[in-house]
Design a protein around this ligand. Structure first.
Ligand code: GLY
Length: 372
């Protein structure tokens, strides 16, 4: 079967980034938008994520990437309110904050470094003694030596976020085609004019690559797309009847994320194993060991879920968002690596601005493909 369909935008990838871009394009007046996914919408990295908005816990210095992450965090309260008003889905933006624990001398050195650069940058960060930490979170290990509190590192329920974005797309009449692999982009006279799938071509005025870890598998003639590699993350979810923690809790080796429904997510491995997206006994053991170090109380709890996903990473670990001087009407927004949920709403807003012709926003200048 050959299908030819003329769209205003085709987005490759129906993860949180692709779906959020579709929503922003619709808000800017585009109506004929198709989002293609080689599997099930949102079922890859976006689904396996833990939803931390971990600007201060997961960046190591100030700079362009930190600025992007901080700006992304700042848009979340309005984004969460808007999408709830639009779809009726509460994405559970939880602003209780994050604590980061030290258990040994090397951890204490890491915390001191983090505390110093963040104070110098004017960020909210507090240093807590072991006693203060255990008072704040009674189920944290009594072996904790000290901790940092980041009141502005929040969390969202990433699966509710996905559900909200899918509902938004459906209500706005956008087409999400699942199990629709894109083999290659169609480029003619220096312009992207569509995509080729195993069941036909889809022509479009604009093409957006948001395929996450699968970006490098899509054929594009005439231009070099920087390599995006999959990095597997395995997580576990423990089940409690009642919420045991109020904050997200990190150590230098792992994290736990308490959800409103009593689940406690624990993560995560960071593994370069190609496209093998599966749980392994060693991965489960690694995640559980680090979670039990944070809170030995978890060790007796039932495991409600085991899950893994492939984070998309460029060789420098930074997002890939921008345009290609050699090909008009082609845009890329991918490789958000460990920060896809945090960055999705802002990436979508900035990418949509670029797509509708307002140039590359200042915040994105360091993240274009031309940096390689
Ligand atoms: N941002 C958490 C992770 O990638 O495991």
């Amino acid at each position: 079967m050959v299908r030819e369909l003329s769209q205003e935008a085709v987005i490759i990838g129906a993860g949180v980034i692709g779906l959020a871009i579709a929503r922003e394009l619709h808000r800017r007046g585009l109506t004929r938008i198709t989002i293609l996914d080689s599997g099930k919408a949102g079922r890859e990295a976006s689904f396996a994520a833990a939803g931390m908005l971990a600007v201060q816990a997961e960046t190591d210095e100030t700079g362009e990437f930190f600025d992007l992450c901080r700006a992304a965090r700042d848009v979340y309260p309005d984004f969460a309110a808007d999408i709830q008003a639009e779809t009726g889905i509460d994405i559970e933006l939880d602003r209780a904050g994050t604590i980061y624990l030290a258990f040994n001398d090397s951890d204490i050195r890491e915390l001191s470094h983090r505390y110093e650069w963040q104070r110098r940058a004017g960020l909210q960060v507090e240093r807590l003694s072991a006693r203060e930490t255990c008072k704040l979170e009674p189920f944290v290990s009594p072996d904790v030596r000290e901790s940092l509190l980041f009141p502005d590192d929040w969390q969202v329920e990433n699966r509710r976020l996905l559900a909200a974005l899918e509902r938004s797309a459906a209500r706005n009449g956008l087409v999400v085609e699942e199990n629709r692999r894109v083999d290659r982009l169609i480029v003619k006279n220096g312009r992207a004019i569509g995509v080729e799938t195993p069941v036909g071509k889809i022509y479009s005025q604009r093409v957006v690559l948001a395929a996450g870890a699968w970006t490098s598998l899509i054929g594009v003639e005439g231009i070099e797309i920087p390599t995006v590699r999959p990095v597997r993350g395995q997580i576990l979810a423990f089940q409690t009847a009642k919420r045991l923690f109020s904050h997200v809790v990190y150590s230098p080796r792992g994290y736990i994320v308490p959800r409103a429904d009593g689940r406690i997510l624990a993560g995560a491995t960071v593994e370069e194993v190609g496209y093998a997206n599966e749980m392994t006994p060693a991965g489960i053991d690694f995640v559980a060991t680090n979670a039990f170090e944070i809170s030995p109380a978890l060790s007796g709890l039932p495991i409600a879920e085991r899950c893994s996903g492939l984070r998309p990473r460029t060789t420098d670990g930074l997002p890939l968002i921008g345009t290609f001087p050699q090909v008009e009407n082609l845009f890329i927004a991918t490789a958000h690596y460990r920060n896809g949920i945090l960055l999705a709403p802002l990436t979508a807003q900035l990418t949509a601005e670029m797509i509708v012709g307002n140039g590359v926003p200042e915040l994105l200048k360091g993240f274009g493909p031309n940096r390689f």
